[in-house]
Ligand binder design. Structure first.
Ligand code: ZN
Ligand code: ZN
Ligand code: FE
Length: 754
């Protein structure tokens, strides 16, 4: 006679809205077990009863196999007295304290895609097809737990057929909260640039395609916001979009219908292919072929291009109809946050777009496209958003305090610590406008609401001018009980790496970036730290130089280069130098700049490697005035033939990395590509040389400079050959998008023993 037992299982992680309950239902059916499951604020609460062996099999299956979008962080079970329960039921959600994880939005799955392409299916060509494995999540959630009434799908009443699918635990759309069909779901509509409805239904797609072929720009609603779209093969159309959007040169992303069409324009490596085809469908930056049938102004002067695949049913229908790639860039002006409502498109981009393709399912939470890149064998996350965020990382221990970290000012994101988790928000953007700051505050409110979170501790940068620092200080003055902790920017970069790999040992961290606020009020950006999660010591740094004109020097690489020349030569000598930097100024400008440099007027001192890239780009004649942040790095990478081992000279003493010998040698080098290649080789050999001085420490690479694919591939290759243990972020942003995570990781450790 078989014995029976009953266990209660508590599962946490990404377990809601990812098809977990039907999976458990089907598993229980298969094993002839009874019991129940329900979502609660912490995850899933499962009870299972039946034959002892079958119950054990249920548990082991659960630990080895779970639905594709789910992630189990913890699974605990305890024995209960059998009750003789019959059948397996899915109980209504218990609303409680919400600490469960939110699934990011996911691209259409294969099963939905084939249904959409099957003309006998009732969802043939349905632009909003989805299931428990795919479709919108974060972008439609208003509150937790994740159930249809707490999403923007609550506006749509399911028809009988959808309702039957939704209620059938054997169906792959069982409890798929955004489920809908032609007769009950959102309606697609085509608006003119004034917001007047021109057409409704799938016919709108045909009209949009016609407009695109005529060279028009349109706005199209995606999962987390609108894209501005034009024909990527039409140079005039792309140029017009750039002019109207006030985005002169920053590269634009291009969306393709399938991998084959990407392979026409680029050599795609296996690793890149995997990223492009991944269920998150991010933008992947790859190297394009020399002659391609794409508008040159998509990425002027650089050989890289950001590509992605159509990821919603709507985008797929559109690209199948159009049969050519489209430029698809976040709809906004300059660097403002992505627009999510058509009224805003009308009010802000009326003069940019000729039509709007939209639908009536509200975007509750905005979310940009994610951007990734492969450097050598290393995957780098440049922007963490759709598909990846909100991101939860399990903590190495339980945090007793509720901690909020507000990040930096550029590529801002926020991070929370609660219980056993760190939660990192999607990319918010550069907090340079009022709109961007409002978006930051909105994101904060959203996360506080989701997780019922009021911070005990707020963590911010040391930079007094950052909007996030000001916000944190105001919060502290409003709520004196909140503790405020400032964390140095580059140390936060190092901590972000430690957070991703859960390190708590000492590391040798190379923190190279644009600029951040240093400890003595100067600007840093070329720092070598010995760090652990609790403390750091600055052991080396690049020799500081002046940024002539402060912020202006960030936009004009030639100002940085000139300042380096002043560090080495007299004004008289500089006036005689035959070099593109010097030639880009008039003589009187050179004299004025020298006076600024000499008298220390508006010329803050900085040790930034990012700015050193600018200086080298200017001295080589590659770039004098920068169109967008990070441009010098991309141009240097494009110009460099391939990095050889031949580097320029430099000196490293106890503390200071002196690159002045390199500057002298650059002046004697006429080939741009030689300068670019040797510069990368120089940085790499500086890193390797310092690393050799600390053989016992693992190496950490962090900061915006490590978005440079060439530098990363050269350095990581060498470290690998030396069998050196090293870490660089791959799942979280290496740039300032990772600062909030780093800030949080440090403070979690600090508050651990308090
Ligand atoms: Zn699906
Ligand atoms: Zn329906
Ligand atoms: Fe930084």
């Amino acid at each position: 006679m078989s014995t029976s037992k009953r266990v209660r299982i508590k599962i946490t992680g990404i377990v809601q809205g990812v098809g977990f309950r039907p999976y458990l239902y089907q598993l229980a059916q298969r094993l002839s077990l009874s019991g129940s499951v329900c979502n609660d604020g912490r995850g899933l609460d499962v009870v299972i009863e039946g034959d002892t062996q079958q119950v054990d099999l249920f548990l082991t299956t659960l630990q080895t196999k779970s639905p594709p979008l789910s992630r189990i962080d913890t699974l605990q079970h305890e024995m209960e007295m059998p009750t003789g329960e019959v059948g397996f039921t899915i109980r209504r959600s218990n609303t409680g304290v919400a600490t469960t994880m939110i699934s990011p939005d996911m691209a259409i799955c294969d099963a939905c895609l084939s249904e959409m392409q099957d003309n006998t299916n009732r969802r043939y060509q349905y632009p909003f097809i989805n299931c428990t494995d795919c479709g919108p999540r974060y972008s439609i959630i208003k509150a937790l737990p994740y159930d249809r009434p707490s999403t923007s799908m609550s506006d749509f009443t399911m028809c009988e057929v959808c309702d039957a699918e939704y209620a059938n635990p054997g169906d792959r759309r069982y409890h798929a909260q955004p489920i809908s069909c032609f007769s009950c779901g959102p309606t697609l509509s085509l608006l003119d640039s004034e917001g007047r409805v021109m057409r409704e239904g799938v016919e709108s797609i045909k009209i949009i395609c016609r407009l695109l072929l005529e060279g028009k720009s349109v706005a199209i609603k995606g999962l987390g916001g609108f894209h501005l779209v034009c024909d990527a093969t039409d140079e005039e159309a792309v140029q017009r979009l750039r002019t109207n959007k006030q985005r002169p040169s920053k590269p634009l992303a291009v969306m393709f219908k399938d991998l084959q069409s990407i392979k026409v324009i680029a050599e795609v490596s296996e690793a890149e292919e995997r990223l492009i085809l991944s269920k998150e469908r991010p933008i992947v930056i790859i190297k394009k072929r020399r002659e391609v049938a794409l508008a040159p102004s998509i990425a002027p002067g650089i050989e890289k291009i950001g590509v992605f695949l159509a990821y919603t049913p709507l985008h797929i229908l559109l690209l199948e109809e159009l049969d050519r790639p489209i430029v698809a860039t976040s709809a906004n002006m300059s660097d403002a946050p992505i627009i999510t409502e058509e009224v805003e498109i009308v009010s802000k981009l009326r003069d940019v777009v000729d039509a709007i393709l939209t639908y009536d399912r509200e975007i509750v939470n905005a979310c940009d496209d994610s951007v990734l890149m492969v450097a050598g064998t290393q995957t780098l996350m440049l922007r963490m958003a759709r598909g990846f965020a909100p991101k939860s990382l399990p903590l190495p221990f339980r945090s007793s305090k509720k901690i909020l970290a507000v990040g930096a000012n550029q590529k801002s994101s926020i991070a929370l610590a609660l219980g056993e988790h760190i939660i990192l928000s999607p990319h918010i953007g550069d907090l340079v406008s009022l709109e961007a700051f409002e978006y930051f505050e909105r994101t904060l409110e959203t996360f506080k609401r989701f997780y019922d979170f009021e911070p005990d501790i707020i963590v911010c940068d040391k930079h007094p001018g950052y909007e996030t620092t000001k916000w944190a200080q105001q919060a502290k003055s409003k709520y004196p009980n909140i503790r405020l902790i400032e964390v140095q920017h580059h140390y936060a970069h190092a901590c972000a790496v430690m957070a991703e790999y859960k390190l708590d040992e000492s590391v040798l961290a190379f923190c190279f970036d644009g600029t951040g606020y240093g400890d003595e009020g100067t600007l840093w950006g070329g720092e070598v730290l010995i760090a652990d999660p609790l403390k750091y010591e600055r052991v080396k740094h690049f020799r500081p130089f002046r940024l002539l004109g402060g912020e202006k020097a960030v936009k004009e690489p030639r100002r940085v280069a000139l300042s380096l020349l002043f560090d080495i030569y007299t004004l008289g000598e500089v006036l005689e130098i035959d070099n593109p930097t010097v030639h880009s100024f008039t003589e009187s400008e050179l004299r004025t700049m020298h006076a600024m440099w000499e008298r220390d007027i508006n010329s803050p001192s900085s040790s930034s490697v990012g700015r050193l890239f600018d200086a080298v780009a200017s001295l080589a004649g590659i770039s004098q005035i920068s169109g967008y942040e990070g441009e010098s790095g991309l141009l240097i990478e494009t110009t460099a033939e391939r990095s050889d081992d031949d580097s320029f000279s430099y000196e490293i003493d106890d503390e200071v990395i002196d690159y002045r010998p390199m500057i002298r040698e650059i002046l004697d080098t006429s080939s741009k590509s030689e300068i670019a290649s040797k510069f990368i080789a120089t940085l790499s050999s500086i890193i390797l040389e310092i690393a050799e001085q600390y053989p016992e420490l693992p190496v950490v690479l962090s900061g915006g400079v490590f978005q440079n694919a060439l530098l990363v591939s050269v350095v990581t290759e060498k470290l690998r050959v030396q069998k050196r243990r090293f870490y660089i972020q791959k799942d979280t942003p290496v740039n300032d998008g990772g600062i909030a995570l780093g800030q949080l990781y440090h403070v979690i450790h600090r508050s651990k023993d308090v």
